[in-house]
Design a protein around this ligand. Structure first.
Ligand code: NDP
Ligand code: HSE
Length: 436
């Protein structure tokens, strides 16, 4: 059987990894796929560099439309990124009856509904294993391996750049800017690193995970997005003293009222495996009603780790290209006519525990005022740490960990406590998940 012909749009970090791994492992991949997989055309703005990377082994063009209009190409891999030209090209490829593989989480989290509908109507596949957690096959696991389960929640370290930054800052005492530059040099960070450090990239991925876990449409606009730029070193230190690590988590949970979908720095017990995921590594913890907790760990970014996921999709498509579209695994794990309209909850309605740090006057009655306000808002304290004032100082840091409560209760209590004359400045609030 002739090899299936593939067109690659964008031969940057992931594109070059895909080209190289496919070439290196072509015999083994062919034995698995049942057919050779050949990158026949590459489109990139930098044609010279693309020619160098491909060593004259395929056609190189600077106009991606030439690939989409080529009837011999059956699969298009989109590795350009962003929502502009990439969206246009993906929709054109689908309209031309080509299967699509993409690592573009930004595109799918924001325009997934339109893209999956177009693919469904045309009977083609859109595969996106590389879009979440790079080389970790978490899409496959959630969509197929855990298909027996009612998924209860998913919590993951799904941005390597921020995990790398948090790890390096804690371990080596390096400053934020230095570590960010290193993450960019290593190819982890997005073209615009604000997407990484402000939590947007993780929220794109969490949005996709929520859809597959619960069978709801992709709704990035409803996700709560909070990055690590406001995180202070002192909170990392106090968290450690209380037995916790701070990680940027993407969390999605099924609750009786709706679905929680949020990304924010989170305290997690230091003894959990996921708390010990360091550097640019990713990990995703999935809680299913039948299987219990399962943990997936590996490289979430980088040229060849991400290529590993891209090529897994190529193999899947090669195997299923001739199958009746109705017999393929649905894009979002649930049949398109069986999607749920369960709402994504506003942040005020979520339930979790909290780390609260406040700076107070070291005088009698202050703690009593604070705990009274917390009690009035149905917030119960789980643990407390008071830092003794230094020599000649009259103020002290108090750190409290709460039991689970609703976010709106905490917001109201914080507003009241900040109004006390004995409390200085604003209160630092970081959410806490036991993940048990
Ligand atoms: P790069 O910026 O390294 O590569 C993108 C490539 O696309 C560049 O070579 C660029 O050329 C080329 N390009 C830009 N516009 C066009 C166009 N109109 N036509 C053809 N080629 C074009 O990005 P990455 O490889 O890092 O990322 C690709 C995708 O993979 C993104 O969606 C990203 O979010 C995702 N991803 C990346 C991971 C990683 O570790 N890097 C991990 C997981 C997902 P030029 O450089 O000349 O502009
Ligand atoms: N910028 C992303 C990260 C790349 O740091 O995880 C992988 O999606």
């Amino acid at each position: 059987m002739k090899p299936i012909k593939v067109g690659l749009l964008g031969i940057g970090t992931v594109g070059s990894g895909t080209f190289n791994v496919l070439k290196r492992n072509q015999e083994e991949i062919k034995r698995r796929a049942g057919r050779g997989i050949e990158i026949a055309m590459v489109a990139d703005l930098n044609v010279e560099r693309a020619r160098e990377l491909t060593g004259g082994e395929c056609d190189v063009v600077n106009d991606a439309n030439l690939i989409i209009n080529n009837p011999d190409i059956e699969i298009v891999i989109e590795l350009i990124g962003g929502y502009g030209i990439a969206k246009d090209l993906v929709l054109k490829a689908i309209a031309a009856g080509k299967h699509v593989v993409t690592a573009n989480k930004a595109l799918l989290a924001t325009h997934g509904t339109e893209i999956f509908k177009a693919a469904q109507d045309k009977g083609v596949m859109v595969a996106f294993e590389a879009a979440v957690a790079g080389g970790i096959p978490i899409i496959k696991a959630l969509r197929e391996g855990l298909t027996a389960n009612q998924i209860q929640w998913v919590a993951g370290i799904i941005n390597g750049t921020t995990n790398f930054i948090l790890s390096e800052m804690r371990d080596k005492g390096l400053d934020f800017g230095t570590v960010l530059k290193e993450a960019q040099r290593l190819g982890y960070a997005e073209a615009d690193p604000t997407f990484d450090i402000e939590g947007v990239d993780a929220a794109h991925k969490a949005t996709i995970l929520a859809s597959i876990a619960f069978g709801v449409p992709v709704q990035f606009d409803k996700a709560h997005v909070e990055g690590i730029t406001k995180l202070q070193a002192v909170d990392i230190k106090y968290a450690e003293q209380l037995g916790y690590r701070i990680k940027l988590l993407g969390i999605t949970k099924r609750t009786p009222k709706g679905i929680e979908l949020r990304v924010h720095p989170t305290l997690i017990p230091a003894k959990r495996l996921i708390a010990n995921v360091e550097g640019a590594m990713n990990a995703v913890l999935v809680q299913g009603d039948a299987v219990g907790a399962t943990l997936y760990y590996g490289k979430g970014a980088g040229s060849e780790p991400t290529a590993s996921a891209v090529i897994a999709d190529l193999v899947d498509i090669t195997r299923l290209a001739t199958a009746d579209p109705g017999h393929r695994v649905p894009h979002l794990a649930f049949q398109p006519d069986a999607m749920s309209d369960t709402p994504i909850l506003p942040m005020a309605e979520i339930t979790t525990s909290y780390y609260l740090r406040m700076n107070v006057s070291d005088q009698p009655g202050v703690l009593a005022d604070v705990t009274r306000i917390l009690a009035e808002h149905s917030i119960s304290i789980d643990a407390m740490l008071q830092k003794e004032p230094g020599e000649g100082e009259t103020r002290a840091d108090i750190i409290m960990l709460t039991h689970q409560t609703q976010e709106k209760n905490v917001q109201a209590a914080i507003a009241k406590i900040e109004g006390l004359p004995t409390v200085m400045g604003s209160i630092t609030k970081i959410r806490l998940e036991e993940l048990s």
